[in-house]
Write a protein that binds this ligand. Structure first.
Ligand code: PMP
Length: 439
């Protein structure tokens, strides 16, 4: 046992195996989204916090018939181990999905299926990142990716965004700054469609600019696109990957267009990376679930999946509208993004309010949201919050925003009275019994 490491008896940690853990596990901290689940899932709380899709919008018989057919036609294979790359039949069907977003030059041989795209993020980070390596990300970015990057001890750097997504000048600067320090940028991670958490979408002109820049600078792009097909009016611009096959690693998922419970995602990779990725899958899980892959394959081959995506789009559009109308009605003094698809809007709070500090008060008022700081690796975001409109019914969304308005207006009154919300000692004491996982 190394002398520098705290010992189990040092009292610093109750876990007796504390000193045995690898150094990188220091990055494995509870995400703000995860910590919220326990509180936000109480039925009396309107949760505008999580990113769970509305699976009740998926007719049960669509799944049941795919399930029956799978067992009838492919039972033995579905119950057996499979290959690390994923089953060819599903990889063929994935080509149909990607073609909708302009990716028409791919072959099923370039696709690797994974256990959700979170698994893909993990494997790709494992392939590319040594401790201290630079990953560039949007500002803010998906909390789950940040958690993974941290767990591999990456040096995560945010690149500023504007209303069109990543700012090319800021990206150039970030690449040059890393190089000036003698560091290589291992990849740029981006969610160009209906970004989590901001809801922002990169228009085609910006995609071309970012791609040209990355080609010029020889930077690999990790394009994460779980929401692209969930547009509300116009389809999203074609994927970055549709413009270039060599500089873009593309990730998709069935979580939002079918169900997250099936845990099926996929990667479209340049040839060399694909090879490494298959080895990484095998060393991690041998093979992704054949059972679930066959279920998704049968669903794609027999159900009206395009119609089901239309249904989801209608549901989420109605909820987005309910959210925006409620914000206009109850919180007109705030500003927020207007997402053209996906699950989220990103709200800017008035000066002086801190979304993380305010959360226990919000849950007391039976509404939950995700504090903005979870989406930054560098401690920013306290003046922002993510509101999701994917799960609650429109009426509940309205109720949630009304409750949130009460909380925010109370905070603003306190701010006016005390000059500082945190300085209001009485309030701090009153809420000091908030669950520890919300701190
Ligand atoms: N990327 C983004 C941007 C996400 O929002 C999510 C889920 N919230 C994921 C990846 C992970 O999705 P899954 O593993 O379910 O495919």
């Amino acid at each position: 046992m190394s002398e520098q490491q705290p010992t189990p008896s040092s009292g610093r940690n109750l876990d007796p195996w504390y000193s045995n853990y690898a150094r990188r596990t220091a990055g494995l901290t509870v995400s703000e989204v995860r910590a919220l689940f326990a509180v936000a899932s109480r039925p009396e709380v309107v949760s505008l916090a999580g990113g769970s899709p509305y699976v009740a919008g998926l007719p049960e018989d669509l799944i049941r018939s795919a399930f029956d057919r799978m067992l009838r036609e492919h039972g033995p294979e579905a119950l057996q181990y499979g290959g690390g790359q994923g089953i060819p039949q599903l990889r063929e069907r994935i080509l149909d999905l990607m073609a909708i977003e302009g990716i028409t030059d791919a072959s099923a041989d370039d696709v690797v299926t994974t256990t959700g795209s979170q698994h893909a993020i993990d494997l790709i980070t494992k392939l590319f990142i040594d401790p201290g390596d630079v990953i560039l990300v949007e500002s803010p970015t998906y909390v789950g990716a940040l958690g993974t990057f941290k767990s591999y001890e990456a040096d995560v750097r945010h690149v500023e965004m504007d209303a069109d997504g990543l700012d090319p000048a800021a990206l150039t600067e970030a690449i040059h700054a890393a190089r000036a320090e003698g560091k290589q940028v291992k990849f740029l991670y981006t969610v160009p469609n209906y970004n989590n958490p901001t809801g922002v979408t990169m228009p085609m002109s910006r995609r071309r600019e970012i791609l040209d820049l990355c080609i010029r600078e020889d930077v690999l792009i990790l394009e994460d696109n779980p929401y692209g097909l969930l547009y509300f009016e116009e389809p999203a611009p074609n994927a970055l990957r549709s413009l270039d096959a060599e500089h873009v690693l593309y990730m998709g998922s069935f979580s939002k267009i079918l169900s997250p419970g099936v845990r099926v995602g996929y990667v479209l990779a340049p040839h060399g990376i694909r090879e490494k990725l298959i080895l990484a899958v095998e060393s991690s899980i041998l093979s992704p679930s054949t059972f679930n892959q066959w279920l998704v394959t049968e669903y794609l081959e027999t159900a009206d999946w395009r119609g089901q995506i239309d249904t989801y789009r209608g549901i989420y559009r109605e909820r987005r509208d309910a959210m925006l109308r409620a914000l206009e009605e109850y919180l007109p003094q705030l500003s927020w993004t207007v997402p053209a698809g996906g699950f989220f809007t990103w709200v800017q709070l008035p000066p002086g309010l801190d979304s993380k500090q305010m959360l226990p008060r919000a849950t007391t008022e039976l509404v939950a949201y995700t504090p903005g700081s979870g989406f930054y690796a560098d401690g920013r975001g306290h003046d922002k919050m993510r509101l999701s409109f994917c799960l609650p019914e429109p009426e509940r969304i309205r109720l949630g925003v009304r409750r949130l308005a009460n909380v925010i207006n109370n905070e603003l009154e306190l701010l006016e009275t005390f000059g500082d919300v945190t300085g209001a000692g009485e309030i701090e004491t009153r809420f000091s019994s908030a669950p520890p996982n919300l701190q």
